[in-house]
Design a protein around this ligand. Structure first.
Ligand SMILES: C[S@@+](CC[C@H](N)C(=O)[O-])C[C@H]1O[C@@H](n2cnc3c(N)ncnc32)[C@H](O)[C@@H]1O
Length: 208
């Protein structure tokens, strides 16, 4: 699978992405709690898309967000969204707490970041990494010692695989079973969260 196909697919989706997105706030809270997204931390948002999670990071008063995505159109919209969110918060008392948000267009598997992070969130994107071990090892390298990875979905495996079969079969692989994912991650991470229900999926743990 060439990355050009992934880029092309998501460039075409980008203008509609926010319209299509369904926010499941109760699930997002659980995914963020399990990932330990808390005040003052440095977050790496891997495959950030249009910045769907930016407002959630802001609410949690994180120190910084570094967001990376392969699709230039997704990144363009994410940058616009960041500007709007920043301007909105200028009108509130929380403006001084607005995190530093840096948005990079690049491949999260190979990009050389100039810092390490407390939490790496991979939200609704893991099946687009065709060689899962590649993004797992890269993420381990990009986290601080004791930093957390959170491979997260706001839907269950069945719904997700069905969704990908319909629209994105060429640019995704089926979601790994949680036991296989844990095996793949265990050389680098102590896994302490495994959730695989009908409406959410998450495997998360701390860097060894
Ligand atoms: C299903 S979208 C999810 C976007 C966002 N996380 C959200 O929930 O709205 C998957 C994203 O993964 C990105 N992506 C795929 N492969 C990537 C890679 N190697 N590095 C960075 N981003 C990648 C795509 O460009 C796309 O924006």
């Amino acid at each position: 699978m060439s990355q050009e196909k992934i880029i092309d697919f998501f460039n075409k989706c980008a203008p509609y992405w926010d319209e299509w997105a369904i926010r499941k706030d109760d699930i997002l809270v659980q995914l963020f709690d399990n990932a330990k997204i808390t005040a003052g931390i440095d977050v790496l948002d891997i495959a950030c898309g249009t910045g769907f999670l930016f407002s959630d990071y802001i609410k949690r008063n994180v120190h910084s967000v570094t967001a990376i995505d392969l699709s230039p159109e997704m990144v363009r919209i994410a940058r616009e969204k960041n500007k709007k969110l920043y301007n909105n918060t200028q009108q509130t008392t929380s403006s001084e707490n607005y995190p530093y948000i840096k948005i990079i267009c690049g491949d999260a598997q190979t990009y050389q970041f100039d810092q390490q992070f407390d939490v790496a969130m991979i939200f609704n994107a893991f099946p687009h990494f065709m060689e899962p071990e590649k993004i797992i090892t890269a993420t381990a390298k990009n986290l601080k010692y004791g930093g957390r990875i959170a491979i997260s979905h706001d839907m269950g495996r069945q719904e997700l695989d069905h969704h990908h079969q319909k629209k994105a079969s060429e640019i995704s692989i089926p979601l790994l079973h949680q036991d296989d994912l844990v095996k793949l991650m265990t050389p680098y991470f102590d896994i302490d969260v495994v959730v695989a229900t009908t409406d959410m999926f998450q495997v998360s743990g701390t860097k060894k």
